[in-house]
Design a protein around this ligand. Structure first.
Ligand code: PLP
Length: 369
């Protein structure tokens, strides 16, 4: 057996809830049965309730990057001009997909410790009224910063642009809902704040986005990138496009039950409180948060600067070796500069944030800072 740290305070995947792990161990039911189709439909309906959407969400069989690439492939047509908002690694990563499918991609970028200014979005739209799609990552996890999604969504709606949102590491950990932010495609994952296992994409798609995709002959069909293939696959009599990961659907179902039983507001409060303890602890150790403005720091991950003269890997390894606390390194542009403490799903617990700070203090002392 692999050894899993006692405190896996990573930014995804996260430690799954014990109930979720037990659900994974249930016997795998053949998917071409009425019982499985009815179960799948019940999970779709539960997910609609959790996402607070009026239509049916889609579950795709692959980690959330699949859904984000699928959103580009399905929604961005050859004549579309895309405004890609970039405040971090994931936002940046969307650009090449948008460029693959659209006519032009306009990038509005800020430093990766900063967030998108809604007024700057307005200004670009004024200059380029032909922008038809806007893409944004809500919580760019390698930076731990939150973009002002509600404002951006309202601007997109006023402009009439379709909005693609990566809410993978914020949904379920705070108050963010697809319809409230006017998202046309809203992608999240079970393996972050919902505390399930990696392997699925959860997608909310607006009615007008379904219409756009259905009317676009180049939107993928018979493809892993096809959202359309999954739209009604679960309805009785329809075959799934490919065999669904039955065990992961069990796990998701249990994670959704846990979320509903605890109550969304209580789950968010638990995340917010954990993050606050982590931020205060990190600052009390004399360290600096990575986000330029603390108000933009996400409630689902605390990202702080690694002090000069110290290796991020050495610090991370000492926290693990001496305290059994595993945190995440930075990623791409933030690699080597930061460490990240995740507060997502089962790891969003005050005592875990305190434990992370204790481990950090001990490791820093050993490194003589
Ligand atoms: C985790 C994450 C994803 C999904 O990445 P995977 O490699 O598919 O797990 C997408 N966007 C953000 C912001 C994330 O944090």
């Amino acid at each position: 057996m692999l050894q899993v740290p006692a405190y896996m305070l990573t930014t995804g995947p996260v430690p799954a809830y014990p109930e979720v792990l037990r659900a994974l161990g249930q016997p795998v039911l053949y998917d071409y049965t009425d019982a499985f189709q009815a179960f799948y439909q019940s999970v779709i309906e539960k997910l609609a309730q959790v996402m607070r959407i009026g239509n049916q969400p889609v579950i795709m069989q692959g980690e959330a990057i699949l859904g984000i690439e699928a959103a580009a492939a399905g929604l961005i047509a050859r004549q579309d001009v895309v405004l890609n908002l970039v405040s971090g690694v994931y936002g940046k990563g969307f650009g090449p997909w948008a460029a693959r499918y659209g006519r032009e991609v306009i990038e509005l970028a800020v430093d990766y410790d900063d967030v998108i200014d809604p007024q700057a979005v307005e200004a670009v739209l004024k200059q380029r009224p032909d922008i038809s799609i806007i893409a944004v990552c809500h919580h760019d996890t390698p930076s731990g910063t939150l973009n002002p999604l509600a404002e951006i969504g309202a601007i997109a709606a006023r402009h009439g642009a379709y909005l693609i949102v990566d809410a993978v590491s914020s949904f379920g950990g705070m108050d963010v809902y697809p319809e409230a932010v006017h998202a046309d495609i809203f992608i999240t994952s079970p393996s972050k704040c919902l505390g399930s296992t990696p392997g699925l994409t959860l997608a909310a798609v607006s009615d007008r986005a379904w219409q756009k995709m259905a009317g676009y002959p180049d939107a993928p069909r018979a493809s892993f990138l096809s959202l359309l293939d999954w739209k009604e696959a679960w309805r009785a009599g329809n075959a799934f496009p490919v065999t669904p990961s039955v065990a992961e659907i069990y796990a998701l179902n249990t994670a959704l039950d846990l979320y509903l039983a605890e109550g969304a507001e209580n789950v968010w409060a638990r995340h917010a409180q954990t993050a606050q303890i982590a931020r205060e602890g990190v600052k009390a150790l004399g360290l600096e948060l990575w986000p330029r403005q603390e108000a933009t720091a996400a409630p689902t991950a605390t990202v702080f600067k690694v002090p000069d003269g110290i290796s991020d890997v050495a610090l991370r390894d000492l926290m693990l070796r001496d305290h059994d606390v595993l945190v995440s390194l930075g990623r791409k542009d933030t690699a080597g500069k930061v460490l990240r403490i995740g507060h997502m799903g089962a790891s969003a617990q005050s005592e875990f944030a305190a434990k992370a700070v204790e481990a950090l203090a001990g490791a820093l002392k050993k490194l003589k800072i």
